[in-house]
Design a protein around this ligand. Sequence first.
Ligand SMILES: C[S@@+](CC[C@H](N)C(=O)[O-])C[C@H]1O[C@@H](n2cnc3c(N)ncnc32)[C@H](O)[C@@H]1O
Length: 183
Amino acid sequence: MASFNTKTFIKHDDYMTPFNAWDNIKQFIPKDKVIWECFYGDGKSGNHLSTLGFNVIHKPVDFFKHNLGDIIVTNPPFSKSKIVMDRLYELDKPFILIFPSSKINTSYFRKWKDKNIQIIIPRKRIQFIKKINGVIPTNYKSMCNFDCFYYCYKMNLDKDITWLNTTTKKTTKKTTKIIFKKI
Ligand SMILES: C[S@@+](CC[C@H](N)C(=O)[O-])C[C@H]1O[C@@H](n2cnc3c(N)ncnc32)[C@H](O)[C@@H]1O
């Protein structure tokens, strides 16, 4: 029977962003700004953004006590959604935030209604990388059972809703199919 419990997601916030989640939206992030990936996790998210050519600040500091960089690009702890959104409201700086799509229905999101939040909708569900005490559990396979958007603020995107058409995979193998025609 189908269950509506997200049993794997209730205990903690250590779900790391895979490289392709940033790769898929790199065209929307300006290269001439300093990015603050403000939730450190295992540190790899910042590395991914650096690999993609961005100038990134990514260090293990308390988000609520710092204000770094020009633009926030991050995947925050979902258990702290309300206070994260409140802090972003206070900071009033541009951001791209990976957040469950359902968050737009929350009362705390209502106060953003006149702030022109823009949304990027991924082509496929983002599969986060779970860590327990810094380690990926043995035989772990990501089975995230909810959808996320990229919530954007002051990013001046062309459209308020951008539907991504493509997604990059972890590994891409090129195969060439040769078709022989009978003549
Ligand atoms: C969903 S994880 C994502 C980590 C990383 N941003 C990524 O995308 O891979 C969120 C992380 O935020 C960390 N965190 C929780 N509260 C924080 C705070 N006040 N300041 C900085 N990091 C915090 C948690 O430890 C958790 O590892």
